[in-house]
Unconditional design. Structure first.
Length: 302
């Protein structure tokens, strides 16, 4: 499987530029995917440099780079600190995470990530995990489904959607994307492609606990990076971006209001390298439409 086919890395030049790679440095790519970012980092590393990569996906593992400077950890990046300790990779010069679903995952029908194909309602990033999208749709309560579609997908009629699923699922099978799409077809609002994308995003985030995993990654990055080490995160939707922005700025996940009368200012863990998120330029947008929602934020550990 060719890496280029597997996944076109977004904001590649911008990532490399902001990471300021040292030839003898230690770097972590928390989302190996097709290895595009990893290969670019490796090309800037000398013989003493080292790269630790994480990916829970079996297909990504099959695509790994045969290079003695690379350590592949086939685990979710939420276990970052534990495995960096295990592989003596604390005190890193840089951590990168590209939170997008790889093009390969989207384009492989049986993975169930895309609304374009009919496949199993799966959506697991790690096929060793138990929970699938079908499980969510067939077992979650109406209230739980409503919250999920509202919070993770910002679906306009999330309450109606949840009610429809719970009412109809007793009599209708919900194993495949086709079955699910035909079940909810009468209540789709606005642009069907956009609506389904929001619904699928919500299910994917739930199945993989993506926001929980991101919080774990961000929290542990402070213990893994050395002072002066850089944290680079590429997000694809506002839920992720808000967590990254708040964490880099305030060291917490909540939005902290600047209060001129407050005497308590918690110590800042990071200095912002990018004041505003870096986005794709015209050439990349033309070559890779999936880059249009990508935002890169970079911060340096104090």
């Amino acid at each position: 499987m060719e890496a280029g086919f597997y996944h076109q890395p977004v904001l590649l030049q911008e990532v490399i530029e902001h990471m300021q790679i040292r030839p003898d440095g230690l770097y972590i790519d928390a989302t190996f995917g097709g290895g595009g970012h990893s290969r670019a980092i490796l090309s800037h590393l000398g013989p003493q440099g080292r790269l630790v990569v994480f990916d829970q996906d079996e297909d990504a593992y099959r695509n790994r780079i045969p290079d003695e400077r690379v350590t592949f950890v086939r685990e979710n990046f939420r276990h970052l600190e534990r495995f960096c300790k295990l592989h003596k990779a604390l005190g890193a010069d840089g951590i990168l995470a590209d939170l997008g679903v790889s093009s390969y995952q989207f384009d492989t029908a049986e993975r169930g990530f895309s609304t374009r194909f009919d496949g199993a309602l799966d959506m697991r990033m790690d096929n060793r995990a138990k929970l699938t999208a079908a499980d969510v749709l067939t077992t979650y309560s109406e209230h739980h489904l409503h919250q999920l579609f509202q919070d993770y997908g910002e679906v306009t009629n999330s309450r109606t959607l949840a009610k429809t699923i719970v009412t109809l699922r007793k009599a209708h099978p919900l194993r495949t994307i086709g079955e699910f799409k035909s079940l909810i077809q009468p209540i789709v609002k606005g642009n069907p492609a956009k609506y389904l994308a929001q619904v699928f995003q919500a299910l994917r985030i739930e199945v993989n606990d993506e926001l929980g995993a991101l919080k774990d990654l961000l929290t542990q990055s402070t213990a893994v990076l050395k002072p002066g080490g850089r944290l680079s995160i590429i997000t694809f939707h506002s839920l992720e971006d808000r967590l990254v922005k708040n964490f880099m700025k305030n060291g917490s996940f909540e939005t902290v209001e600047d209060n001129p009368y407050s005497f308590e200012t918690p110590p800042k863990v990071f200095s912002l390298v990018t004041k505003k998120p870096v986005t794709a330029g015209a050439t990349e947008l033309k070559e890779n439409p999936r880059s249009r929602s990508a935002k890169l934020r970079v911060a340096e550990k104090r």
